[in-house]
Design a protein around this ligand. Structure first.
Ligand code: SF4
Length: 369
């Protein structure tokens, strides 16, 4: 069995650990890029949402590299995501690819377990427990590294120094083969990043990024929004979602994630009393909380035909007008250009700066590092 799964940010690190700890080969193709998106867009239905297109291209890359089993979660979402795996696998088979589908979710869990047991052999349950521990440890280490990098990047004295450390530790974490090694790397990465020389950062602009999960977390789709804001604009950008959250929430491995999700549903109920299947409650609550959390503005990033986020798109302007929160909507599809996105970011950051110049009370002290 050679298992592949679609990329999303740095999720491949814990996912690879999970699969390989079970003794199964994981096929991880190169990180998605514009070519992957064009490849997927060529075979995907025209009006399907953008993550479908890029993950389809990603699946093609994995199958071209020899994967014989495609794993994908499915069926639990009210939006199109629940159907991604079924439709993508149909398209891939129509194209002539031959592979096994490992659909996790709507398929009878016993079928998934049977497949895992036949691939893993004896001691499958013991190995599953060990694999889950490695998965959680790596997901936690990646989360910590990403969140430190988001804080330090806009303050770094030498441009790019945070990303050099981050790339090196992501590679080390990907190769780590024991829990002890992961904990050691966590300590080292914390020390390495926090000891970088930083500039005085009191009063630094901070923006919250809300929106659809895949667009928020996959740099190839959002033109590396968070990194670009930090490195080129000196703005700290904090997404409301993270890879860690996406990976651990469905497995109930971190109860705090469920508490924050139910809080989000409760707070946004006035604006949206339904579950649409995406990240709509986090989008609305993230916007409502943004001023209290010390952010100067909100960026809403979403794919062109995303159902839940297009509904949020109609709700956010009234919230932001009523509370005087600057809002930038960034809608992405395969035709979105880098230059167009950068120009809009530049204009938004300029506007936030001039708001502060006109009203110095808007300048807040940055939270301590
Ligand atoms: S949340 Fe939006 S973009 Fe993501 S799968 Fe659902 S409809 Fe598509």
């Amino acid at each position: 069995m050679k298992v592949a799964f679609p990329h999303m940010g740095n999720a491949y690190i814990p996912l690879r650990a999970l699969v390989e700890y079970l003794g199964v080969e994981a096929v991880v193709p190169e990180r998605p890029n514009r070519v992957t998106l064009e490849k997927g867009a060529r075979y995907a239905p025209e009006f399907v949402c953008l993550p479908f297109k890029i993950t389809l291209g990603d699946c093609m890359n994995a199958l071209d590299r020899g994967a014989d089993t495609m794993a994908m979660v499915c069926g639990m979402w009210a939006c199109r995501f629940g159907y991604y795996a079924y439709v993508q696998h149909l398209i891939l088979r129509d194209m002539g690819y031959e592979f096994e589908s490992l659909l996790i979710g709507r398929e009878d869990p016993r079928l998934v377990l049977d497949k895992v047991r036949s691939a893993v052999g004896r001691g499958a349950f013991r190995k599953l427990a060990g694999a889950a521990a490695m998965f959680r440890a790596k997901a936690g280490a990646v989360e910590e590294l990403e969140s430190l990098a988001r804080r330090i990047r806009p303050r770094e004295e030498a441009m790019g120094s945070t990303d050099t450390i981050m790339t090196s530790y992501l590679e080390k974490l990907d190769r780590a083969d024991s829990l002890r090694r992961i904990w050691q790397l966590r300590r080292e990465q914390r020390e390495a990043i926090t000891s970088l020389p930083v500039r005085e950062s009191n009063g630094m602009l901070r923006v919250r990024v809300v929106g659809e999960l895949y667009v928020l977390l996959e740099p190839s789709l959002n033109f590396d929004l968070v990194k670009r804001l930090g490195t080129h604009f000196g703005v700290e950008a904090q997404p409301v979602l993270s890879t860690y959250r996406w990976l651990l929430s469905p497995l109930w491995l971190d109860p705090l994630l469920h508490l924050s999700s139910s809080r989000a549903r409760r707070i946004s109920r006035t604006y949206l009393p339904y579950i649409l299947g995406g990240e709509e409650h986090m989008t609305i609550t993230g916007t409502l909380d943004s001023q209290a959390d010390g952010f100067d503005g909100v960026i809403h990033a979403y794919p062109l035909t995303c159902m839940p986020e297009n509904i949020c798109r109609t709700i956010l302007p009234s919230i932001c007008t009523a509370r005087d929160i600057p809002l930038l909507n960034l809608c992405f599809d395969e035709h979105t250009s880098t230059v167009g996105t950068i120009t809009r970011l530049e204009a938004f950051v300029d506007m936030l700066r001039s708001r502060r110049e006109q009203d110095p009370s808007l300048t807040r002290l940055s939270p301590p590092l």
